[in-house]
Design a protein around this ligand. Sequence first.
Ligand code: PRT
Length: 105
Amino acid sequence: MGERTANVQDGRIGETLEGLASVIRGRRGASPETSYTARLLQGPEDTLLKKVTEEATEVALACKDNDHDHIRYEAADLVYHLLVTLERYGVTIGELAGELDARHR
Ligand SMILES: N=c1c2ncn([C@@H]3O[C@H](COP(=O)(O)OP(=O)(O)OP(=O)(O)O)[C@@H](O)[C@H]3O)c2ncn1[C@@H]1O[C@H](COP(=O)(O)O)[C@@H](O)[C@H]1O
């Protein structure tokens, strides 16, 4: 089931990431009272940076358990928090793609 879900998404990961990045960008001016994303974007820098570090650790722990569904779940948490981090520091998805493409051999 977990594998199947992942495979269905494979063909449109770019669309998914762009869509999520766009939602996150739109939360720049949202109220921190109603939006977790707005709290991360507008709150203390260290809250966001600590969160993205924690999420990376949670991916590593799920890998150590070799738990497929848990790895996928925590990876999604990490990607979301990474996208919020990129938005906060002004790095676009396009720039990220450019960096990755430039490394492609
Ligand atoms: N993709 C996400 C997303 N992924 C994770 N999270 C939040 O990130 C937090 C993760 O923190 P924790 O790891 O402590 O929470 P947890 O998963 O319950 O805990 P663990 O089991 O991992 O330990 C939770 O509050 C989640 O709700 C997200 N919050 C928002 N989004 C996206 O952002 C959009 C805007 O949402 P608002 O933030 O509500 O504006 C949403 O429509 C979603 O598309």
